[in-house]
Design a binder for this molecule. Structure first.
Ligand SMILES: NC(=O)c1ccc[n+]([C@@H]2O[C@H](COP(=O)([O-])OP(=O)(O)OC[C@H]3O[C@@H](n4cnc5c(N)ncnc54)[C@H](OP(=O)(O)O)[C@@H]3O)[C@@H](O)[C@H]2O)c1
Length: 295
């Protein structure tokens, strides 16, 4: 039985991913992560209405990625439930995310970057030691953010030797800046909190994969998907989702499903929504040739 934890799975891409895992791989069990137990149970009930036979294969795990205590309690729950088994989890998917259009950098980092780290650190000991997987849902906003930075900042954000203390110091530096002009003056583009948080989550993926070469640790974007995260943008655009090229949540599962069950080459890489490798420092359109450079 391959067990997979998906954070932020009560709706949107996370919920679509839980459904894809259950539907496409009979040998799986999914921990449906939700910061609110009620919303998680409602999502599970919806899945079981569609497919009652999944009842024994999906359970809700209360998990707020912004809280040390909540993440630690969730890891204890999983460890206790699978006590005595050599490897409780096949994979962890850090999908929980916030922040398109949000200006509060600290709040966005707490979920999109520090939350990813919190979850990875807490659940790493529960992963299958040889070949266990971590999939971090980042975003094309990460590489796009990097492309707007100065050459020096770009080198830092894609540095294959980056360490957590250096990345953490960078986050502290960013948190002390006020206003777009301050970010611009420091070579950090417009300082978009969402893009910055995702660029740093990609950098964290690189360093984590380097530190754990026996695991398969990668990041990906789901693509441009119609969910609550993108709803305000859609509504303010005056266009339809189709006109904007937005796709339904199920179509955002292609890259994470590949990283969960496929054969990605290398480690610590970032993939586009077409499940092809993409660079960390610029946007690659889905369907164009995969990136083959280093890092
Ligand atoms: N949609 C896109 O076009 C797009 C593009 C690129 C990347 N992404 C990334 O894909 C991931 C999923 O996004 P989505 O579009 O599916 O958004 P969504 O529909 O808004 O879902 C986000 C999920 O994250 C959860 N969440 C938020 N803060 C949390 C926290 N502190 N702890 C635990 N869970 C938390 C939400 O829970 P609540 O219901 O409790 O709020 C929800 O389940 C995100 O990481 C996002 O950045 C999305």
């Amino acid at each position: 039985m391959r067990r997979v934890l998906v954070t932020g799975a009560n709706k949107g891409i996370g919920l679509a991913l839980v459904e894809a895992i259950l539907r496409e791989h009979d040998d799986t069990f999914v921990w449906l992560g939700s910061r609110d137990r009620g919303r998680g149970e409602a999502a599970r009930a919806g899945l079981l209405r569609a497919e009652p036979s999944w009842a024994d294969r999906v359970a809700v795990l209360e998990l707020d990625v912004a809280s040390d205590a909540s993440v630690a309690a969730a890891a204890r729950t999983v460890a206790e439930r699978h006590a005595g088994e050599p490897s409780p989890l096949h994979a962890v998917v850090s999908n929980a995310g916030i922040g398109i259009g949000m200006s509060d950098l600290r709040a966005v980092l707490e979920v999109n970057t520090l939350g990813v780290r919190r979850v990875c650190e807490a659940f790493l000991p529960l992963l299958r030691p040889a070949g266990g997987r971590i999939v971090n849902l980042t975003s094309a906003s990460g590489p796009s953010f990097v492309s707007g930075c100065s050459p020096e900042r770009q080198r830092f954000l894609v540095d294959p030797t980056i360490t957590w203390p250096r990345l953490e110091a960078f986050l502290e530096e960013c948190l002390a800046l006020r206003g777009a002009a301050a970010f611009e003056a420091k070579g950090l583009g417009d300082g978009s909190p969402y893009g910055l948080s995702k660029a740093c989550a990609n950098a964290y993926t690189v360093l984590l994969a380097r530190e754990h070469p026996g695991l398969r640790i990668n990041a990906c974007t789901p693509g441009f998907i119609e969910t609550d995260l993108t709803r305000a943008y859609l509504e303010s655009s005056g266009k339809t989702a189709q006109q904007l090229g937005m796709k339904p949540p199920a179509e955002g599962t292609r890259a994470p499903m590949f990283l969960l069950f496929g054969e990605p080459q290398g480690n610590g890489r970032y993939y586009g929504s077409d499940a092809q490798r993409s660079p960390l420092d610029r946007y690659r359109s889905p369907g164009s040739p995969p990136y083959t450079g280093e890092p």
